[in-house]
Design a protein around this ligand. Structure first.
Ligand code: PEP
Ligand code: MG
Length: 762
């Protein structure tokens, strides 16, 4: 194939550059030769390299053309002068009249006043600015697009020398180019609390090309072609595999992916870079650096998504080129014993791919958190912070990270002082845990003899195992969707029987309350067909979810009930339905239980000794049908997480309003007090299984309004027990009776005051 002289010249230059860089000898001398070589090839009077040093400073490290005394003397802040500007924006600049540029900063020691035009490009590695490469010309020169590209390619090769640690100590090189390797604090939104320390593991490791300069462009073009083909096939296979699931969100994402993968501009630019002398992997990376620089400034969420798609695609392609036949090398890595997982987004199944004995915490960059990931994090009792913007850019694999889930803060590469403070908090937490463990066998009875039933929420077998170490009475909420979410396909009746049997086995004689599937909205099972409109739901929490799906697709619920009945043979079975909005829905669902029991009765298997059918109170409309409901339900469980969001019309996942309304407020407490009284009169057991019940002060107030049974995350049981052992319910009730007509925004300060005054441990 015929090629232009410029292309073969670029290739020759890259090869010479590589050889120069690889040669032995003084690194400064090599760098001096490098700038001389570039200046000659680019027909420029000046070629300079600025390297990023600690403290956001760009230092002139070598120059052909500028005064020698300026080398290692001239320093520019990020954003200062044209060079600083290039670093700040991570974008190339080509100026035929640099001195009239508003950012021009004249440094007398360089003698650069005689040079009119300037072209500079960032020295990027893995998307990070490591320095700036500049050429200058005495006369006005209009640099071409092609020349800019050539200089970018050279800068990429040069990045290896900078990253090699010979020029500046590796300690100074670090993420973001912003104060490299310095400690850093990142904040987000806490989805599960707790404190942990560990080493960063990138969920999807970023592939980095190390062989940059090619021997033979034809071979590289072929490698690129077959990697592209391999990737296309992999995506097609994925699409084909999801065909059975009908068009759904998953499929659409993949289709978009394929469209991008076929983007001619993108492919063309990569091929061009290969022809210019780069290896296939270096070319893919180079184009990605460029795309990132172009799109990085954009705030439009749609375009940001596209950038993320390109990042994913690049990574896949790089793994095809560097990894073994494109196999995901992700999980076969040597992982540390204390993993702080860092990812853009993640599903619960992916989280469970990791050894849970090593998992310490999770940081997610993505805005929307798959709610089941946080449930899994809760089940594993590890802190999870979401919406940590910049996490992927600023954290490097292997970095020490302290995750403070209580304050939604992550400390990256913490200094000794922070680590020491952290160690103290950890020790205190461990002491508290020991103290709680000592309470395990104490009966959960208040000082004035009121018995409180404490149960745990579960979804994984590990949770059920916590029955023993917490001393809980039973499982008050078994979220059946969790085992569904962590499987690659829909479990059939036999599989489900096994899941429920194992939970019942571990629980032994202690009761387990199974909640039927609560999926839909944001809790999509990847293998279940969503209706075409489901993904467009504007308010998924108020959309087609839970009992609504179960009643519209009765086969799923029937199978689930069948499996529960089979698993519960010979013992009392507890089933409850989520998100019921009206008694008629409960009736229909309960009717299905009756029918499944009848069906099971015709078989030979033993039946459950009794079946109790309950309802979750999560939708406020149901509160206005209490008399009818309490005649029908065997038990009621308050899902306060959902009930509060619907009561206050405040999205439970929206951090902006997370603090706006308080659960310890007059409307909530009077509503729950009223509900508790009515359930007691009707003789219907009432439990509260939302998060608020797991917080000591909240639990105290709930006991005050008459709630006697709770179900909570296993880790919350100790603190709540410690609280109730120190509580006198009579005193609390008389105190709270004075607050009934309060018009305050929150009763929290008063309740806290009561606790302090009466020695209640909160
Ligand atoms: C709730 O809504 O309070 C509840 C326990 O259910 P989930 O958190 O699973 O929606
Ligand atoms: Mg709920």
């Amino acid at each position: 194939m015929a090629e232009s002289g410029a292309i073969s010249a670029s290739r020759r230059l890259l090869q010479r550059l590589r050889d120069l860089m690889a040669s032995t000898g003084d690194v400064q001398e090599r760098l001096d030769q490098v700038v001389r070589l570039i200046a000659g090839n680019m027909v420029a009077e000046v070629c300079s390299v600025y390297v990023m040093r600690a403290g956001e400073v760009l230092e002139l490290f070598a120059s052909e053309g500028l005064k020698a005394e300026a080398v290692h003397l001239t320093r520019l802040q990020i954003g200062e002068g044209i060079v600083g500007d290039i670093a700040a924006r991570a974008r190339p600049l080509a100026l035929s009249d640099a001195q009239s540029h508003p950012n021009f900063a004249y440094r007398p020691e360089t003698g650069e006043e005689v040079y009119q035009s300037l072209m500079g490009v960032p020295i990027l590695r893995g998307g990070r600015v490591m320095g700036v490469l500049v050429i200058q010309n005495r006369t006005r020169r209009a640099y071409t697009e092609e020349e800019v590209e050539t200089l970018q390619t050279i800068a990429m090769v040069l990045a290896e020398l900078v990253a090699g640690g010979e020029l500046v100590s590796p300690d100074e090189l670090g993420p973001g180019g912003a104060h490299p390797l310095s400690p850093m604090r990142l904040t987000g939104v806490a989805f599960n609390q707790g404190l942990a320390i560990g080493r960063a593991v990138m969920h999807q490791p970023r592939a980095v090309a190390h062989r940059l300069v090619a021997e033979d462009a034809e071979i590289e073009l072929e490698r690129f072609g077959s990697a592209l083909e391999g990737m296309h096939t992999a995506i097609d296979d994925l699409i084909a595999a999801t065909d059975i699931a009908q068009p759904g969100e998953h499929r659409e994402v993949l289709e978009t992916f394929r469209l991008i993968a076929e983007d001619r501009g993108w492919i063309g630019r990569i091929r061009e870079a290969i022809r210019g002398g780069l290896t296939a992997e270096a070319a893919v990376q180079r184009v990605q650096d460029d795309t990132r620089a172009r799109m990085g400034q954009i705030s439009d969420p749609y375009l940001k998504e596209r950038l993320a798609d390109f990042e994913d695609l690049t990574n896949r392609l790089l793994l095809h080129l560097i990894g073994e036949n494109g196999e995901n090398v992700g999980l076969e890595r040597d992982l540390p014993d204390d993993i702080v997982l860092v990812s853009r987004a993640m599903g619960p199944a992916e989280l469970l791919d990791y050894d849970r004995n090593r998992l310490r915490a999770v940081l997610l960059e993505e805005g929307a958190i798959h709610s089941h990931v946080s449930i899994v994090a809760r089940a594993l009792d590890i802190p999870l912070i979401g919406r940590v913007s910049g996490a992927l850019d600023r954290i490097e694999a292997g970095d020490t990270v302290i995750v403070d889930g209580d304050n939604a803060t992550a400390f990256i590469r913490p200094g000794e002082d922070v680590q020491a403070a952290f160690a103290q908090s950890m020790a205190a937490a461990a002491r508290r845990r020991e103290a709680y463990a000592a309470l395990r066998d104490e009966p959960a009875v208040t000082r004035d003899g009121v018995a409180i039933s404490l149960n745990i929420n579960a979804g994984l077998l590990v949770d059920v195992q916590h029955l023993d170490d917490t001393g809980a009475e039973g499982v008050g909420l078994y979220r059946t969707e969790i085992p569904f979410m962590v499987r690659p396909s829909f479990p059939n009746v036999d599989d489900q029987v096994e899941i429920y049997e194992r939970a019942l086995e571990v629980a032994g004689t202690r009761p387990v309350v199974f909640r039927t599937l609560d999926v839909g909205g944001d809790k999509i099972l990847p293998y279940v067909a969503a209706p075409p409109s489901a993904q467009e739901e504007e308010n998924p929490a108020m959309g087609w979810r839970a009992i609504r799906i179960a009643l519209d697709r009765p086969a799923i619920l029937r199978q689930q009930l069948r499996a529960m009945i089979r698993a519960g043979h010979g013992r009392e079975l507890h089933v409850m339905f989520p998100m019921v909005a009206e008694v008629a829905e409960f009736d229909t669902a309960k009717e299905m239980v009756t029918r499944e029991l009848e069906r099971a009765g015709t078989g030979r298997k033993t039946q459950p000794s009794a079946v109790k059918v309950g309802v979750m109170l999560e939708v406020p409309s149901l509160l206005f049908q209490l008399p009818a409901l309490l005649q029908r339900a065997d038990f009621v469980s308050i899902g306060s997480n959902d009930l509060m969001q619907f009561l206050f019309a405040a999205d439970r996942g929206n951090p902006r309003i997370a603090e706006r309304y308080d659960v310890l407020s007059p409307p909530v407490l009077s509503l729950l007090g009223d509900l508790a009284a009515k359930c007691r009169t009707a003789g219907v057991p009432l439990t509260l299984c939302g998060e608020m019940g797991g917080r000591p002060l909240e639990a105290m107030a709930l006991i005050g309004v008459g709630i006697r049974r709770f179900s909570m995350a296993p880790a919350s049981l100790g603190p709540v027990k410690a609280m109730l052992l120190s509580l006198d319910v009579g005193e609390l009730q008389s105190y709270m009776s004075q607050l009934t007509d309060s018009a305050a925004h929150s009763l929290r300060p008063k309740l806290r005051f009561f606790a302090k005054d009466h020695g209640v441990v909160i």
